[in-house]
Design a protein around this ligand. Structure first.
Ligand code: AMP
Length: 406
């Protein structure tokens, strides 16, 4: 079942000239030796923040970082992000050492139009994750308008994503719009053939996505560790490959649903298999779908790669989530890399290519592929999966309700 279509106001349709705007961003970036290890998440919000600065707004940015569990934890401070935000936005950034309270109010009040305030980590307060209304009220005091641009957290009902939306007029920023455009619209009304490639470790993590995608895909390619539960469901021998015995029935149901929907569902035709999961283990190329006793499948084999690549070449929309093998070990990364390369070629040939979910992004990084070489790489792993599962996202539902009430 698909989530209802929401009425969401867009930043470009709002008159925000000279306003004080509070923006929820997802700056949950990796920190290395007190410095930002990867600026991608900050860079992803540049269009929204620059649009507000160009409109003479005072921009108050709020985010979480890591899991400080409601307590102040210096290692999760957002202060080290200030130089990156200043550089990428090209504006003065004032840092507020708390996100609420008199000190935060003072820093916000002292900031001028066309300037930015970066608030300290929202999750230093337990009230944030508790979706506490009075905490949201204190955050809402920092502005007269709310922009939601933290796609990575819209699947959470927190004070800065849900409760605040009832307190201020609000809209979605450019990043959230781009995510919805690709994940929601492209998946609901895709250019066809629409192909989904799903891999990764667990059937249990992906079963709802698979079921929901089957309402719209023309073909489903299954690889990675989860493929073995599907092969077991077809009575194929899988040796000691990864198996979720309690998911075999659900795997059967997915195959039956694919058949009913006339969507083709392909499983690996061959594998690379090892007896022990270690980087230098001797590798056997199984010549068929079956994995011999005592062996475990750790990557898709060359025949499967060739078949999957041919289908990628023919598709007009391709969604990929989850590696095809244990890509963390070089010897078992070939299948995932080949799929990644085929996705880049498909993009060059005009297909819409979408990658969602954390580990597929790690594959791209390891393969030296930039996100600009694909149509869209989702910034929100959990949020993108929940959207593809057809679930409503609390941060967006709250925003659409907030908009209705105003
Ligand atoms: P996910 O987070 O569900 O996308 O799963 C990613 C993980 O799946 C990675 O850590 C991979 O090493 C793992 N994986 C992929 N293929 C296999 C396989 N054949 N056997 C065991 N683990 C696998």
């Amino acid at each position: 079942m698909a989530a209802p279509v929401l009425k969401l106001a867009r930043i470009q349709d709002m008159d925000l000239k000279g306003k004080n705007v509070v923006v929820r961003v997802d700056y949950n970036v990796p920190l290395k030796d007190g410095k930002v290890g990867d600026e991608k998440r900050i860079a992803a919000t540049v269009p929204t923040v620059k649009h507000l600065l160009d409109n003479g707004c005072r921009v108050v940015l709020m985010s979480h970082l890591g899991r400080p569990k409601g307590k102040v934890a210096p290692e999760f401070s957002l202060k080290p992000l200030v130089p990156s935000v200043e550089k990428l936005m090209g504006a003065k950034v004032h840092f507020a050492p708390d996100c609420v309270g008199p000190e935060a109010d003072k820093v916000v009040a002292a900031a001028g139009k066309g300037e930015i305030v970066l608030l300290e980590n929202l999750r230093f307060h337990a009230e944030e994750e508790a979706n506490d209304a009075s905490f949201a009220k204190q955050l809402a005091r920092h502005g007269e308008f709310f922009v939601q641009d933290a796609f990575g957290t819209v699947h959470r009902a927190h004070a800065s994503t849900a409760a605040i939306a009832a307190l201020l007029p609000g809209c979605i920023g450019f990043l959230v719009q781009k995510e919805l455009e690709f994940l929601d619209r492209a998946v609901k009304s895709p250019a066809r053939p629409f192909l989904a490639i799903i891999g990764g470790a667990k059937v249990s993590d992906k079963i709802m996505v698979l079921n929901n995608l089957l309402d719209s895909v023309d073909m489903l390619l299954i690889g990675g560790g989860m493929a073995y539960t599907f092969l077991a469901a077809q009575n194929v021998a899988i040796g000691k490959s990864l198996l979720e015995a309690d998911k075999v029935e659900e795997a059967k149901n997915v195959i039956a649903k694919a058949y009913k929907k006339r969507a083709q569902c392909l499983l690996p035709a061959d594998h690379l298999a090892v007896q022990e999961l270690k980087p230098d283990a001797p590798i056997q190329h199984t010549q068929s779908m079956a994995v011999p006793d005592g062996w475990m499948g750790v990557d898709i084999g060359p025949r499967t790669i060739a078949i999957f690549k041919e289908h990628i070449r023919q598709a007009k929309t391709i969604f990929w989530n989850g590696p095809m093998g244990v890509f963390e070990m070089d010897a078992f990364s070939n299948g995932s890399f080949e799929i990644a390369k085929a996705m880049v070629e498909a993009t060059q040939n005009g297909a819409v290519t979408i990658v969602g979910g954390g580990d597929s992004l790690s594959v791209l990084k390891k393969a030296g592929i930039k996100s600009s070489q694909l149509s869209h790489c989702s910034t929100g792993g959990g949020a993108s999966m929940e959207l593809l599962e057809g679930k409503a996202l609390p941060g967006l539902t709250a925003l659409s309700k907030g908009a209705e009430g105003k």
